[in-house]
Write a new protein. Sequence first.
Length: 245
Amino acid sequence: MNGLADGIRDLGRASGPHGEVLLRRRTTDDGEVHLELVVDGVFAMDDVDTSTERLLAAAALSRCTGDGLQVLVGGLGLGWTAATVLTDPRAAGVDVVELQPALVGWAARGLLPSLAGVSDRRLRLRVGDVAAALAAGPGRWDAVLLDIDNGPGFLVHESNAPLYRPPGLATALTALRPGGVLAIWSSDPAPELLADLAAVTGAVDAEQVLLPVERDGRRYEYAVVLARRAGQRSGQRSVGGTGRG
């Protein structure tokens, strides 16, 4: 597991009912060190540029009102989405639901520097299927952030596809408190996802925020698709969307 080849060192590898997950450290020729996550042999993410994970969290929380926010993050990844949520002092509780037990274990061992050993008491890491968590918690969260795939067009697991279809989007929206925000990350603009989300009963202020990123001389355009659940949080005034996107 700790073999080193071409500047790559495996930090953890585990197989289970949802396939193999691999955490590795890559050292570049100029001495930079980065973490990489590989799922079933397919590169999933690294920490070369964490701006998109940060945008997902910031875009959702900027649309939330009040204090004492309860947030669900679907997918742990390398921890940057959850870590960004924790920087917001209004976040009272952050539930992270991750399908891969190994990733949760590696976070607990301090292998994800973004979470600094998961010492924040507001953070609750648990193994599970985010679809089941959403179905079991109607009206529970002020924000739901889905960061489990590279978007509806590039799934890590084919079983995640129903999350991005109208019934799955409706379930996610129902898991929110009135005025709560649903945010979904995608590696490409997702106009069909935006249209489906906007058409869900009770969804308001649907929009898509685009983030151009340059890596290795190439330009990419990532996206965050958002909508609020109609109504307003108890004791808070309703606030509309920013109109960006």
